[in-house]
Design a protein around this ligand. Structure first.
Ligand SMILES: N[C@@H](CCC(=O)N[C@@H](CS)C(=O)NCC(=O)O)C(=O)O
Length: 290
């Protein structure tokens, strides 16, 4: 299957492409946005690294494309940014649209094992086995062997989880207000029990606090920003970045979780866009761009 370009929008000297494709993995039509920096159009031979950005609960690829402001830094360093969706849509599963923190917009980047979700809710395999290979085959000058990953909230969890499981695929990882211990917070428990069932050994295969202890990749820092005025952090305890720091003390990444608690910032894209520069600078270093 190839991408259909639904829209192409000029932005900061590059272009944002809004794409769709039929995914054999999810069995649904999937949408994805890709930001191509000006280098992509200036020079048709040089391969450009890729930054994957995973969004949080309720998001489509458009939230970050419109409000995170990766574009100036993508142009400064010369990398493309991929914004996948957060779940399959329109799978016609009963209950899929009943709540904002489960089902549509809340795929948790995992492969569901439980009925009725296990037919379509396979975001882990979608990203690894469908989206990334398809970007590689559709865009000759995007280098998916030079790829880093970041994300926000549920997408921050996704970024940590993909990186910790696949250090050979992703050069570096960062997160904004990530859910770090999904097995031990309300959002995670709701999704993991419905998508994965009761077997906690399966939960551990997706939980960054478990995965960090088994990490086999290079000893590189993971950059995390967390706003102190974020109610999901301060009041609801959904995010718990300190738990990842604690878990990492028993791992090769001891001392490498670079957690910045930033005073007064909330959970919104005003927070993300305030620190996107630091995250781009961080990834550019590991992508060999600065
Ligand atoms: N809908 C939820 C909030 C969900 C939420 O904050 N989602 C975050 C990710 S966890 C987000 O990025 N929302 C979309 C946006 O801010 O553009 C509520 O009403 O409390």
């Amino acid at each position: 299957m190839t991408f259909t370009t639904d829209t192409s929008i000029s932005s900061f000297g590059g272009k944002l492409l809004k794409l769709s494709h039929d995914s054999p993995v999810t069995g649904t039509k999937m949408v994805v946005n890709i930001y191509l920096p000006h280098q992509y159009f200036d020079d048709e031979t040089t391969k450009l690294p890729v930054l994957m950005y995973l969004s949080g609960l309720t998001c489509t690829p458009d939230n970050a494309s419109e409000k995170a402001f990766f574009q100036p830094y993508a142009n400064q360093y010369g990398f493309a940014v991929v914004f996948p969706d957060t779940s399959p849509r329109g799978a016609n599963i009963e209950g899929e649209d009943d709540s904002w923190d489960f089902g549509t917009g809340a795929g948790f980047y995992l492969d569901a094992t439980q009925k009725p979700w296990n037919k379509n809710y396979k975001m882990y395999s979608y990203i690894m086995k469908d989206l990334i290979p398809q970007i590689a085959s559709s865009y000759d000058t995007l280098d998916t062997h030079k790829m880093s990953i970041c994300g926000h909230s549920m997408g921050g969890y996704g970024a940590l989880m993909f990186y910790l499981r696949n250090p050979d695929v992703f050069q570096s990882c960062s997160a904004f207000a990530p859910i770090t211990n999904p097995s031990e917070c309300q959002w995670g428990k709701k999704s993991f029990s419905n998508y994965l069932g009761d077997d906690k050994t399966l939960w551990a295969e997706y939980d960054p606090c478990d995965l960090v202890k088994k990490f086999t990749g290079d000893k590189r820092p993971i950059l995390i920003h967390q706003g102190t005025a974020d109610a999901f952090y301060a009041k609801d305890h959904q995010l718990q970045p300190e738990k990842l720091v604690n878990a990492s003390t028993q791992s090769p990444l001891n001392g490498m979780i670079d957690l910045h608690l930033v005073d007064g910032y909330d959970h919104s894209y005003y927070f993300i866009s305030s620190f996107v520069k630091e995250h781009c600078q961080f990834h550019a270093k590991y992508l060999g761009l600065n």
